[in-house]
Design a protein around this ligand. Structure first.
Ligand code: NI
Length: 381
């Protein structure tokens, strides 16, 4: 399969999260032509899940996300987006092309597979709801393990980044509204000023990472958006801010949340304000199974450069899989021109063959492992 042509086609036709109808139809057609059984649950409106191999033996899931971003492309590429304002700026076109290429290779040896390979083309990663949609629809039931990767522009071609444990951060999102009493700017004593209270609260929140989190752990708390007031001489009745927290362990995640609530409530009380906190829990840490990661590393080292990547503070909804099924999530080098979510991100097609090969070899290796080598008592179901 010409994975470069596949990627260019997909890059040209990007679609937003949960609206990947054209992409879904394209992928499904390709998989049907390769002889795959389409097993997409009816509850899944976009995305494709398909299987190959005998229905006995272990089942290994290979995952690619399929959605694009609301970004206007500025790459100048001949195959740039034809969908205005939408761009594959996170390389999910690369993921899809790699997995489709792997699917083609696996189809050629379908008769000899010691188990089933399930390819999961998942919708809506960027909005962090797609993996959960797949889980809710029953798309990962019966899997012995699930494998995925995110392309990494700062790693070279034929380079894979692997690490046991946390690879990508847990994501929390918050919005805080502080309500006081509006008044004339010249008579603050007659009101309760939410602006001054908000400024103090935002500053105080920055002490959570520096004073409450274990210095050996990592955490980020960023306030990214503030609104309040409409003019220069009126103190408004309310103001709000929002932002995000990124952590790598359950304990740290809980510590930050607890102190966040304490700081906001105490600050609000000090300024006589009412605080409303909206806390949105995003994906958990992408947590790589130590035993499987070791196996994946040993296999990868046979044909790729393997590096130990720095964990990324970005989130990845693969976490919804990795907390239900033993999994390995990797970073795969694409020798790109900038980073994720940039409008000028260009990737090197030379990275495609090794990415496809990685999916194939890891799938075969893990099928053999679960069919013949998994120690008694450690089966997952
Ligand atoms: Ni992405």
């Amino acid at each position: 399969m010409d994975t470069t042509a596949v990627r260019h086609y997909l890059h040209q036709h990007p679609e937003l999260s949960d609206q990947e109808f054209h992409t879904t139809a394209y992928l499904q057609k390709q998989l049907e032509q390769l002889g795959y059984r389409i097993v997409t649950p009816a509850a899944l409106h976009t995305g494709v899940i398909a299987e190959i191999g005998p229905t006995t033996g272990p089942t290994i899931g290979l995952r690619s996300d399929i959605d694009a971003l609301p970004i206007t492309e500025h790459t100048g590429l001949a195959y740039a987006s034809e969908n205005p304002g939408v761009m594959h700026a996170c390389g999910h076109d690369f993921h899809m092309a790699s997995l489709l290429g792997a699917a083609a290779t696996l189809a050629e040896q379908a008769d000899q597979l010691p188990g089933t390979v399930r390819v999961i083309f998942q919708p809506a990663e960027e909005t962090h709801v797609g993996a959960q949609e797949v889980v809710d629809a029953g798309g990962i039931e019966g899997l012995d393990a699930i494998i995925g990767f995110h392309e990494k522009p700062d790693l070279g071609v034929a380079t894979v980044g692997l690490r046991e444990g946390g690879l990508m951060a847990a994501v929390d999102q918050f919005k805080v509204t502080l309500t006081g009493i509006g008044t004339h700017a010249a008579m603050p004593q007659l009101g309760r000023d939410p602006i001054v209270g908000l400024a103090a609260t935002v500053s105080a929140l920055q002490t959570i990472v520096s004073r409450n989190v274990d210095p050996q752990q990592t955490a980020v708390l960023s306030v990214t958006h503030i609104e309040g007031g409409a003019t220069w001489n009126v103190i408004p009745p309310a103001a709000w801010f929002e932002g995000t927290v990124r952590t790598f362990s359950h304990a740290t995640r809980q510590t930050v949340k607890d102190h966040f609530y304490a700081v906001v409530k105490a600050q609000a009380a000090a300024f006589g304000l009412e605080a409303t906190i909206d806390w949105l829990e995003g994906p958990d840490v992408v947590d790589n199974d130590p035993v499987l990661t070791k196996i994946v590393r040993a296999e990868s080292e046979k044909f790729l450069t393997v590096v130990s990547p720095t964990p990324s503070n970005a989130g990845e909804d693969f976490a919804y899989f990795s907390h239900r099924v033993p999994s390995v999530f990797a970073f795969f080098g694409t020798h790109g021109t900038s980073d994720w979510h940039h409008d000028d991100l260009r990737l090197d097609d030379a990275a495609l063959p090794s990415a496809s090969q990685w999916y194939v070899r890891i799938a075969l290796r893990l099928l053999t492992y679960f069919a013949k080598e998994v120690p008694h008592g450690q089966e997952t179901h």
